[in-house]
Design a protein around this ligand. Structure first.
Ligand SMILES: N[C@@H](CCC(=O)N[C@@H](CS)C(=O)NCC(=O)O)C(=O)O
Length: 232
């Protein structure tokens, strides 16, 4: 496969000769935000590979050969294999970089809570945003498309209400303090049409976002992922 490594970023503590690298396949404002922030927080040695979804690169044979779902993000592991799905990638990185304290580890009492809410975010939050962004994938007529969009918007409201109720820390999703859930939830708010209104109605989500988004790792991820015209 001939993916060009057009961007390079390295964690600071892992530059020893022969260190093995991760390769994050990313797109602006995509689900790669949370993966980028975690790699950065873990001080992992990683490169970035930009997948131009506007040009259809995520459906091109090169990309499909490493991630058959044709979705972004994907993460190529130091051993050479690639995994997709943010839930799988987040779980994997949190285990491999256990010392970074990104999640409760197997055996910790709040591990099951972490896995539950991570899966709620990936299977309920992310796809609802996708349905709201692309209602035309679910209906044909203009009226039906508008209806799908309205329903997706209502479902998103419900999703964030559930998140608000579930947050158990003063500024983190879990009572124990910061975890990858805080980055994931923050990423979901980045995709909101009206984040001010979202935060006004959900003060606990806002508190999680304010704490997570000022961490250097999240800021680095957003610096890279913000749309070029938004950054200008
Ligand atoms: N379940 C996937 C969803 C990933 C996803 O839908 N990514 C979007 C970009 S944010 C994508 O690749 N869309 C392309 C498509 O739907 O064809 C995950 O959690 O990684």
């Amino acid at each position: 496969m001939t993916l060009k490594r057009c961007e390079i970023e390295r964690g600071k503590d892992n530059l020893s000769e022969g260190a093995k690298m991760y390769l994050l396949h990313w797109e602006y404002m995509a689900g790669s935000i949370v993966v980028h922030a975690l790699l950065q927080d873990a001080r992992a040695d990683f490169d970035l590979h930009y997948v131009d979804m506007g040009a259809g690169e995520h459906k091109a044979p090169d990309y499909l050969s490493i991630n058959p779902t044709g979705r972004v993000p994907a993460l190529t592991l130091p051993g050479g294999s690639t995994i997709g799905e943010t839930g799988a990638i987040v779980t994997h990185l949190c285990e491999v970089f256990a010392q970074a304290g990104l999640s409760p580890q197997p055996g910790d009492t709040d591990r099951s809570e972490f896995l539950f809410w991570l899966n709620v975010m990936t299977t309920m939050g992310y796809p609802t945003v996708a349905r709201w962004n692309h209602p035309e994938r679910y209906a044909k007529s203009e009226a039906a498309i508008a209806e799908v969009e309205r329903k997706a918007s209502a479902d998103l409201d419900d999703f964030f209400d559930i998140m608000e109720e579930a947050i158990s820390g003063p500024k983190s999703f879990l009572k124990r303090g910061f975890s990858a859930l805080d980055y994931y939830l923050s990423m979901l708010t980045e995709w909101s049409a009206n984040r001010q209104a979202l935060f006004a109605a959900h003060p606990k989500i806002e508190a999680v976002y304010l704490y997570a988004s000022q961490r250097p790792a999240y800021r680095a991820a957003m610096n890279r992922h913000a749309l070029p015209q938004a950054a200008a």
